[in-house]
Design a protein around this ligand. Structure first.
Ligand code: TEU
Ligand code: CA
Length: 559
């Protein structure tokens, strides 16, 4: 197997709960995915990243794992999983599993032991601290899912750390036995033939010694602060990743991507420089914060192409020599890309194709999130009860129920940023529940499924689906898309993202209009060298090369 297959690959993410239900219980499952493998093969993707399918009480839809070596009951059995893997391999598709090892479920056997007494051999698998005087918390860190990052456990009178929900206690990576146990578990899966690993919040596994409180100015006594600077990209994270690489990962020809919120370009180089033997690429988050104000994710603010381009450009340049970029515009935690960065009304199809062009022509490995290939959009459920996501509900409770914020304002933020935007079931056809289930879906569907669905896309030669298929096929024929050097043009243009890719004598020009009005480009030199159109989202000759139509994307080969 080619050693750099992960640079050349296109990855497709499946959120199993929402992909395809096979038995009418309203929950997507492994047999459902098996029944859709021909569809994935038709699209042409090389790798499937499967969000977690391990045993879980589903406080956070599988990101809270109670048994790392078995399959969640709702999703099927280990035998179904083996059939899924074999079915993928038969079709030349590799499988990347999600590895959630910053925390486990509080129902994991390790945690049950750990909480049972202070001298239990598993006590030190998790992060326990006594409270301060007068029942204060061990420090002022807040959980990423609202409220304090500490939970008091009555049995021993101590608190355990949970950066996410209270049912997701953080594992203590300082403990070498815990690390050994994790490496053994990873080996179990790699020996079964898994081809890749996506590592959940892997840059949070090392916490600063002493777990100091965050010193935010002007905090009231007892008020919580973020604390991220004490657990993101922490002091021993590179040591741990190098150790995992040497003891496990390097023994297999696999693909690895670490999820790293808050990582800078410098951090990413340290994680992905091949000479350092840690990971192959990371998911950086800077472009996911482009529409967040100082109040964070729910403080929705307008974004501009200038900001988005500055970020993407910085990462293109930053990882040009060392390291490697992952390219994504949405996933199971983020709003739908066409609603966020394109236009999900009149220009839905055109703008989805424009964004697809960006994703496949920047330098890095593209990640497609299920439904993106048919232009699925955000959803606006009218009632809070229609939402299922723990992050959404905890945030609402903190801000509205307890904090007195305005319901309509927060519901609007949920419509724009909520994670359930990405999690509404996959839209296969126009029948009841979009062919996702013949039972009661676990999360309501987006009502637009009668227009936006796979059936429709496969019947329309101009669909977003076929445009993705074409981009993926182009990547196989044109190493310039993978390895070509990136260079920015028109750095000041308000609405056009323009760049070239160059590999030896081959040179491509990419022009992307991020606005719904025609835009002209001042590129007479480059445009005088046009040899042919590689791909364009309007599907015909441009009216005039120096002018781009609304959301037009065009890629030229130059002489
Ligand atoms: O997400 C980590 C993370 O920090 C954010 O993406 C988070 O989900 C949210 O968007 C903050 O607003 C990973 C997983 O992708 C996510 O699904 C899990 O809930 C989380 O870790 C905990 O395992
Ligand atoms: Ca099911």
């Amino acid at each position: 197997m080619n050693k750099t297959f992960w640079k050349e690959a296109v990855v497709y993410q499946i959120y199993p709960r929402s992909y395809q239900d096979s038995n009418g219980d309203g929950i997507g499952d492994l047999r459902g995915i098996i029944s859709r493998l021909d569809y994935l093969q038709k699209l042409g993707v090389d790798v499937v990243w499967l969000s977690p399918v391990y045993k879980s009480p589903n406080d956070d839809n599988g990101y809270d794992i109670s048994d790392y070596e078995d399959i969640m009951d709702e999703f099927g059995t280990l035998r179904d999983w083996e059939e899924l893997l074999a079915g993928m391999h038969e079709r030349g598709i590799k499988l990347m599993m999600d590895l959630v090892i910053n925390h486990s479920s509080d129902e994991h056997a390790w945690f049950l032991e750990s909480r049972s007494s202070k001298d239990n051999p598993y006590r030190d698998y998790y992060i326990w601290r006594p409270g301060g005087p007068e029942g204060t918390l061990p420090n002022n860190w807040s959980s990423i899912f609202s409220g304090p990052a500490w939970e008091l456990d009555e049995a021993t009178g101590e608190y355990y750390l949970h950066l996410f929900s209270r049912k997701q206690p953080d594992l203590n990576w300082e403990n070498p036995e815990l690390r050994e146990a994790l490496y053994k578990m990873i080996t179990f899966w790699l020996d079964k033939g898994v081809d890749g690993l996506r590592m959940d919040v892997i840059n949070m596994i090392s916490k600063v010694d002493g777990l100091p409180s965050a010193h935010s100015e002007g905090l009231a006594p007892g008020e919580l602060a973020g604390g991220g600077e004490y657990y993101m990209n922490g002091p021993r994270v590179h040591e741990y990743l190098h150790e995992m690489n040497q003891q496990v990962l390097s023994k297999y020809n696999i693909m690895t991507v670490g999820e790293t919120p808050g990582a800078t370009v410098e951090d990413a180089i340290a994680y992905t420089d091949e000479d350092r033997e840690e990971l192959q690429m990371v998911f950086q988050f800077e472009h996911m914060d482009v529409d967040s104000g100082p109040g964070g994710k729910w403080d929705v603010t307008p974004w501009s192409l200038t900001q988005l381009r500055d970020i993407l450009h910085k990462w293109q340049i930053g990882l040009a020599e060392k390291g490697w970029n992952s390219l994504y515009l949405n996933n199971h935690d983020q709003p739908r890309m066409v609603s966020r960065f394109g236009n999900d009304g009149q220009y839905r199809v055109i703008s989805a194709k424009m964004l697809a062009t960006l994703l496949h022509t920047l330098k890095g490995t593209p990640y497609i999130y299920q439904g993106e290939e048919i232009g699925m959009t955000n959803v606006k459920f009218p009632l809070l009860e229609d939402y299922q996501d723990i992050e959404t509900h905890n945030m609402y409770r903190e801000k509205v129920t307890d904090g007195g914020a305005d319901h309509a304002t927060i519901l609007n933020a949920i419509h724009i940023k909520g994670r359930d935007n990405a999690r509404t079931p996959m839209q296969w056809d126009a029948s009841t529940n979009a062919g996702f289930t013949n039972g009661m879906p676990w999360l309501r569907l987006n009502p637009n499924y009668s227009d936006i669905n796979v059936d429709q896309a496969l019947a329309d030669p101009d669909s977003i689906f076929y445009y993705y298929q074409k981009l993926i096929a182009l990547r196989k024929q044109n190493p310039i898309m993978v390895y070509g050097e990136y260079e920015l043009l028109l750095p000041e243009h308000e609405y056009i993202y323009a760049y070239t890719r160059t590999l030896e004598a081959d040179k491509w020009l990419v022009l992307l209009n991020f606005s719904e009005t025609p835009q002209s480009v001042d590129l007479s030199f480059e445009l005088s060298k046009i040899a042919e159109i590689v791909i364009g989202n309007y599907g015909d000759q441009p009216v005039e090369p120096a002018s781009l139509r609304p959301y037009e994307a065009i890629v030229y080969r130059l002489n």
